[in-house]
Design a protein. Structure first.
Length: 291
């Protein structure tokens, strides 16, 4: 009987209270003022050590499709509140780039200490190098071989002891045995490449979708386990090829997630022809427990 009363009180609060969110109410969004120097519009972003971090990015000339002439950056900024920003370093150890991902997870070899991982992007050619940091200032490149194709604008996410890599666009390069691609993204927000993960289950890594030098896109899926071994989960996922997609790992309160753990959710995205337009966009939603 007690739990019935609790539910009843909650319903009353939702009906008569003013704190229940209204899906049609957009007035709750506020543009934060900036009280000091701030970075120019760019990506990628992540939450690390209780701060918002912005790493690298490109200049406005990117929108003109002159990718080689685009100014690339490797600076690092952080903020506690999204208002006051501090530049941590102007030139990082990794090559300047844009279209990369920034993912945070707990590293087993460091006693589960959190690390921030940068993967791929344009340097200006599509890249597949991986760099990590424990403090945001010093970056170290991993030494093992990366089997997945160079790419940018991808999604990278951790889930159940693996990283996942999926899809993209490719152009064959003579220096590698696999295809190159770039132009993937990992966010449904206006800030490019903000990856969202379920912190209680960040045990797998995921990289997916993208766009590169050509117009052909892929929907392959790659995973990285806690032994730093990459594996091809599938060469052709059931969702259509795409770039600019968003992926999250989420364990909901549904009975199935309670029994079997969190799922990967892929949302939207798009593909382009030979040029910026036309852009074909998707509004579909896909889910998977294993990639």
């Amino acid at each position: 009987m007690e739990w019935i009363l609790i539910v009843f009180v909650c319903l009353l609060l939702c009906v008569y209270g003013s704190q229940c969110p209204n899906p049609n109410d957009t007035s709750t969004w506020t543009m934060l003022p900036t009280t000091n120097q701030r970075f120019e519009p760019r990506h990628a972003s992540a939450v690390f050590h209780g701060k918002i971090w912005i790493v690298g990015g490109q200049s406005d000339i990117y929108t003109t499709r002159h990718l080689i002439q685009t100014t690339r950056r490797s600076d690092v900024w952080n903020s506690y509140d999204g208002d006051v920003w501090t530049q941590v370093i102007d030139e990082s150890q990794f090559p300047r780039r844009y279209g990369h991902t920034l993912t945070v997870f707990n590293e087993k070899s460091l006693n589960q200490a959190p690390i921030m991982v940068l993967m791929g992007g344009y340097t200006p050619m599509p890249a597949n190098d991986i760099w990590y940091t424990i403090d945001g200032s010093t970056w170290t490149q991993v030494s093992y071989t990366i089997p997945w194709a160079p790419r940018g604008w991808h999604c990278a996410i951790a889930l159940n002891k693996y990283f996942y890599v999926m899809g993209g666009n490719w152009k064959q390069m003579s220096s590698v045995a696999w295809s190159a691609r770039a132009g993937h993204a990992c966010t449904p927000h206006t800030i490019k490449n903000a990856s969202i993960g379920d912190a209680s289950s960040q045990e797998i890594g995921v990289l997916l979708a993208g766009w590169g030098n050509d117009t052909q896109m892929l929907n392959d899926v790659w995973t990285l386990d806690n032994t730093n071994t990459w594996s091809l989960a599938t060469s052709e996922a059931p969702w259509p090829v795409r770039a600019f997609t968003s992926v999250i790992s989420l364990q909901s309160h549904t009975p199935s997630d309670f029994l079997f753990g969190p799922r990967l959710w892929l949302l939207g995205g798009g593909r382009i022809g030979r040029g910026v337009f036309p852009m074909y966009t998707y509004s579909d939603v896909w889910q998977s427990r294993d990639g």
